[in-house]
Design a binder for this molecule. Structure first.
Ligand code: ATP
Ligand code: MG
Ligand code: FE
Length: 338
């Protein structure tokens, strides 16, 4: 079974061809980072135009690299939410056109479900229930997965997403954009206990997150130093910030695994590429006899292979989307809107 998947929810135009759900024949990712860099963030209108320019070429490249032509496809899958509406629409329109022209099933995938399924590309055999930490540019969720396609969000951020906090702090430190990878790179040169920063654990037993206070504390620290005319050690501040984020993420993840009886933890989303998070979570899981699965960094950030993998399980269930499928920018995990 060959599935072609498209992903255009944010600033990566991606297409992948997978055989039987987990065998990646191609995974082409065209990033728009250079286009958005000068604005310090993704400009939605620019993203849509860029997707439109890139999509046909990226699809052709994915087919060529896989050594496949359109006639061999069993189904076509696409991310239909959550994300930027104009960006999503480019992928949705292209996938619908392909499904209609070839008369093959269309599969609509939730972007977050795709992030979760990056783990099944690494380990197809996983025992439910699974506890997943989804940490990305727009989300910070703890999800209990009790079977394929069955999700319950048991914790979420009440303000900023973890990736958003990384990006904003990096901007304050004038490191550039996107900030996550730059902080990841700079932090090992700093002392993570140099700057005392708050950790928001919230109410006793809460599995929710909050990163806006931490972000403000970093910004305030920077301002105060500037007023005093003191130079800030950016590596120390980056390391202290990263440690504060990781401490809370890891603490709540292992607690949630215990509470919901999950013997396996999955890590997903762009921030899952963070080395400090991966190492700290691996250590804590190991201490508690929990199995940890993490996708390789390239499958943590946005890509179409993870969408194809999630789509394959929908394909097996016969969960097809109609050709009237529309983009749903605010789509929630576990929700179908078609
Ligand atoms: P969402 O998935 O919530 O819709 P998104 O698709 O924009 O949002 P992703 O592409 O999944 O987000 O992840 C991008 C985020 O991951 C950015 O905030 C980026 O800074 C962060 N990120 C990427 N690599 C790292 C890293 N090594 N360390 C920390 N953060 C990282
Ligand atoms: Mg991106
Ligand atoms: Fe994403």
């Amino acid at each position: 079974r060959l599935v072609l998947a498209l992903e255009t929810s944010c600033d990566e135009t991606s297409a992948a061809v997978l055989r039987d759900g987990t065998d990646i024949l191609s995974n082409i990712i065209s990033s728009q980072i250079d286009v958005h860099k000068k604005f310090g963030g993704v400009v939605p209108e620019v993203a849509s135009r860029k997707h439109l320019e890139m999509i046909n070429g990226v699809v052709q490249e994915a087919l060529d690299q896989a050594g496949v032509d359109f006639s061999m496809l069993s189904a076509v899958a696409v991310t239909y939410g959550p994300g930027l509406v104009g960006a999503l629409l480019v992928g949705v329109a292209a996938a619908k056109a392909i499904a209609f022209a070839l008369d093959i099933p269309l599969l609509g995938v939730n972007h977050l479900e795709g992030h979760l399924y990056a783990n099944f590309l690494v380990e197809p055999e996983l025992d439910f229930p699974l506890l997943c930490l989804v940490v990305s540019g727009g989300h910070t969720d703890l999800v209990v997965m009790s079977g394929h396609g069955s999700y319950r969000v048991v914790g979420r951020t009440r303000d900023d997403a973890a990736g958003e906090a990384f990006d904003k702090v990096a901007r304050t430190l004038e490191l550039g954009y996107p900030g996550g990878p730059l902080i990841d790179k700079l932090a090992p040169e700093g002392n993570e206990t140099a700057v005392p920063l708050p950790r928001a654990y919230l109410e006793e037993g809460s599995l929710d997150f909050s990163f806006s206070g931490l972000k403000s504390a970093v910004i305030n620290y920077r301002h105060r130093s500037r007023l005093r005319g003191e130079a800030v050690n950016r590596a120390d501040l980056a390391a202290s910030f990263q440690r504060a984020v990781v401490d809370v993420l890891v603490d709540k993840t292992v607690k949630a695994a215990g509470r919901f009886g999950a013997g396996t933890v999955l890590l997903a989303g762009g921030v899952a590429a963070n080395r400090c998070l991966r190492e700290t979570l691996a250590g804590e899981c190991n201490n508690r006899g929990i199995r940890l699965v993490t996708p390789p960094p390239v499958l943590c950030t946005d890509n179409a292979a993870m969408i194809a993998c999630a789509a394959y399980y929908k394909f097996l269930r016969g969960d097809f989307a109609p050709l009237t499928l529309n983009a749903v920018p605010g789509l929630k995990l576990g929700e179908e809107r078609y």
